[in-house]
Design a binder for this molecule. Structure first.
Ligand SMILES: [Zn+2]
Length: 321
């Protein structure tokens, strides 16, 4: 074999190797862009919206929402948060008229909802202009469960949703570690649906249609009277069955047992208002762990500025009823 033939073969082999590398790199890039395609993350993100807080009597509406979100993702190529907002809008606008063409179960639902006032909200332009960053840190399944349709005595449940505000007391990461650790002892099973870190990042922990274990012995006193649900004969009744629990990371200076601290960051107030603006829960059903607690041990969230929060909430959603 002459030297030049040998060189040519070497060149040919190098060329083949280079083209193989190019094919592999380009292929990988395509794969990555596919996996970040909005159609796959759309549903995931929409599923975390508190607009999805679904309770015993509202199952029919949830099916409707899922159907519409499926068809949306097939045709809609708008960026993920944008289309999430649209879905939230859609759900918030639709409670009465859209259920008229649901023949069988609508009547049942109407009966169940007969004495419950309906609230509808529309998110605003300011809401759409604010885009908090988020992470998903799913809790261990031992720390949350299904929402019950009846209590321990078999009585059907039809409580409207409430939102319960908390603070973590420690760092957000320490709270998440607790929620992600399996707990067999019922007294140690704890979780929130979401929490908001000091820099305003929303961490989604328990899907809103599930029952998070955010409060022990607790009662919500509202315009419908005292509401609480016992679902476990071994545990005190609580608001968990109809609650969406959201917590604020405690400031560094407040990780002690003092009754007050310096309060929460602006980013936390904005993200909290943005999150809750997507729900149909009326202002008077937004409460605190301190208010619902009946164990006499909970005082969170400490130093929470309700005026600041409600002003932001009202800038992010408006009543349309
Ligand atoms: Zn709490």
């Amino acid at each position: 074999m002459s030297f030049s033939v040998w060189i040519n073969r070497l060149l040919l082999i190098s060329l083949m190797l280079i083209s193989l590398t190019v094919v592999l790199v380009v292929g990988k890039a395509n794969l990555q862009s596919n996996s970040s395609n909005p159609s796959s993350t759309d549903l995931d993100l929409a599923a975390w919206s508190p607009a999805k807080v679904q309770l015993q009597a509202a199952n029919e509406q949830e099916e409707e929402f899922q159907d519409s979100s499926k068809s949306l993702t097939k045709t809609d190529s708008t960026p993920k948060l944008e289309s999430k907002n649209k879905q939230a809008d859609k759900l918030q606008k639709s409670p009465t008229p859209s259920s008229t063409n649901k023949p069988v179960s609508t009547n049942k639902q109407a009966e169940q909802l007969q004495n419950i006032p309906q609230y509808s909200f529309k998110t605003t332009k300011a809401f759409k202009q604010y885009t908090p960053s988020y992470e998903i840190a799913l809790a261990n399944p031992s720390n949350y469960g299904e929402r019950f349709t009846t209590d321990i005595n078999g009585v059907p449940l039809n409580n409207q949703a409430i939102i319960v505000l908390h603070e973590t007391s420690d760092s957000a990461s320490s709270a998440i570690n607790t929620f992600q650790a399996p707990h067999t002892d019922e007294n140690k099973q704890v979780s929130y649906h979401s929490l908001i870190t000091l820099n305003g990042t929303i961490i989604y922990i328990v899907p809103p249609d599930k029952r998070a274990f955010g409060a022990g012995n607790s009662v919500f006193d509202g315009s419908n009277g005292s509401e609480t649900v016992q679902t476990n004969p071994g545990l005190e009744p609580s608001v968990n069955n109809f609650a969406y629990h959201v917590s604020l990371e405690t400031p560094l200076e407040g990780r002690n047992n003092e009754p007050y601290h310096i309060g929460y960051t602006d980013a936390q107030y904005y993200s909290l208002a943005w999150l809750i603006a997507q729900s149909s829960v009326p202002d008077e059903r937004i409460t605190t762990h301190r208010d619902v607690d009946r164990s006499g041990t909970r005082i969170d969230p400490r130093s929470f500025d309700f005026d600041k929060f409600f002003n932001l909430l009202h800038s992010f959603r408006q009543s349309i009823s």
